[in-house]
Design a protein around this ligand. Structure first.
Ligand code: GUN
Length: 283
């Protein structure tokens, strides 16, 4: 039976450290601020944004919320981003995805100043991750690295397999594991013989977005299994991994909920703190 990687516990640990740092900065007259933009009415996005706001309040970070209507134009959004890029009290800017259909997502993400890009979606920050010289890491892969560190799970020389090649999770995850000296394979929808590859993994990260996708026969005995999935199965929140059977084989496993999810917001807070420190020449 595997050990559960407790995302709530690790995120509480990370957040406590951030809270102390924010307090110390405040005592020196330096505030930390995050602007969150939500366009439209996507119900899941509304919950994510509310959670981000609450995390800011808990840690002493000032959050500024910009709720824009569904019919907002790309130009209107660019104008808001330009204002926020030039606003000193705003250290981080996050534009919640997905954006409504009429908005040019690439243009919007490219407009956020790389120094305030706490999602690390700007090409400058993506490129920095590629070369291993980065301040901001996308929140989900960053949270996974933090969990592996907390549980003292070695990455160096391990066979790491990432299922999924998204810009938000799969690609940066693969890069971070490679920077930590893992031997990394990235699998995706066109990968052949997927289970042959996954069953060799010492560390298996699944970011597919399909319930019951990773079954026990795809997992090596003693593997570390990280489940990024956020799916609904008969209305119930679940990951990509069939937890009941895979947890019997894995050495460590993240549950859903309570695994990767709580880490992502903690890492957003960490990126916001990093942005504030950099903008005040403290690092
Ligand atoms: N939508 C789903 N995940 C994310 C994320 O990490 N950042 C933003 N901005 N939007 C998202």
């Amino acid at each position: 039976m595997s050990k559960i990687i407790d995302g709530k516990k690790v995120s509480a640990f990370v957040k406590e450290n951030i809270k102390n740092e924010v307090k110390n900065l405040k005592e020196r007259g330096i505030g930390v601020g995050l602007a969150v933009i939500l366009v439209g009415e996507d119900p899941a996005s509304k919950i994510y944004v509310a959670n981000k706001k609450k995390a800011c309040a808990d840690l002493g970070i000032v959050s500024m919320e910009y709720l824009l209507p569904e019919n907002t134009t790309t130009d209107e959004l660019l104008s808001l981003i330009d204002t926020l890029n030039n606003e000193k009290t705003v250290n981080g800017i996050l534009c919640q995805l997905p954006l409504p259909k009429g908005i040019d997502e690439k243009t919007v993400l490219n407009a956020i100043s790389p120094e305030k890009d706490v999602d690390a979606f700007h090409p400058v920050n993506v490129g920095k991750i590629m070369i291993g010289d980065y301040d901001f890491v996308p929140c989900t892969p960053a949270g996974i690295m933090e969990m592996l560190k907390y549980y003292d799970i070695q990455i160096e020389s391990k066979t790491c397999v990432v299922i999924g090649r998204s810009n938000i999770v799969g690609k940066p995850m693969s890069m971070l594991l490679m920077h930590a000296n893992g031997t990394v394979t990235t699998c995706h929808s066109r990968t052949k013989n997927l289970s042959d590859i996954t069953s060799r993994a010492d560390i298996l990260v699944s970011s597919v977005g399909k319930a019951n996708f990773v079954t026990a026969d795809m997992v090596k005995e003693g593997a570390v299994v990280i489940d990024v999935g956020m799916n609904r199965d008969d209305g119930k929140l679940c990951g990509d991994v069939v937890f009941e059977e895979v947890s019997k084989k894995a050495s460590y496993i993240t549950p859903v909920p309570g695994g990767v999810g709580p880490m992502t917001i903690a890492m957003l807070m960490k990126n916001t703190l990093t942005a504030a420190k950099r903008q005040n020449n403290l690092i």
